[in-house]
Design a binder for this molecule. Sequence first.
Ligand code: CA
Length: 221
Amino acid sequence: MRILVVEDEKALADALGNGLSLQGYSVDVVYDGEAALCAVEINSYDLVVLDLNLPKVNGTEVCRKLRTSGSSTGILMLTASSGIDDRIKGLDMGADDYLVKPFHFPELLARIRAILRRQGEKRNVILRTGKLVVDPNTLKAFIGDSEVALTTKEFGILEYLMRNTGRVISQEELLEHVWNEDANLFTHAIKVHINNIRKKLTAAGGEGLISTIKSKGYLIA
Ligand code: CA
């Protein structure tokens, strides 16, 4: 599990980073909102521990940007005791939970575990649209009863489209979410993969499931 810690009080940020590393999490630490937005663009995090009062870009704005980009990364806000308005704003912006400073480290760990557990439950839900069934637990896809043999990348693309049914997904968004660590890929690769997925779905009896929306992206409606 990969966690991003965003906190401008350096001593606290580094203590959280070390503490979470010792718990076996893979942790990155940044000290302002701008660095946080860069980090989430480059890496895929399971959870962000996000202080609300941050230099450059504040925490609620970071939260809002994460959510409007379609990210389902868990967000645990850290707030000052006086910041009720901020807390409400943060939750409205899509944060999963909040913790008021000062807090005890075991409580932070418990909140983190709870968010990751809830996400895991969401992640393991079997996705269905008409005849198409995608099972993230087994990495298998079916049209009715016939299994569609997909490569891992193809499965990742199809899963992402299915998790965002009804929303047009651009090639750039697919690149960001399905190829987190491979910077050398071009949108052309997406086209090739989408064509292969379509061929395989069609062969299994699921024709026309993925629509191309001209110069916008792909859609499973
Ligand atoms: Ca702060």
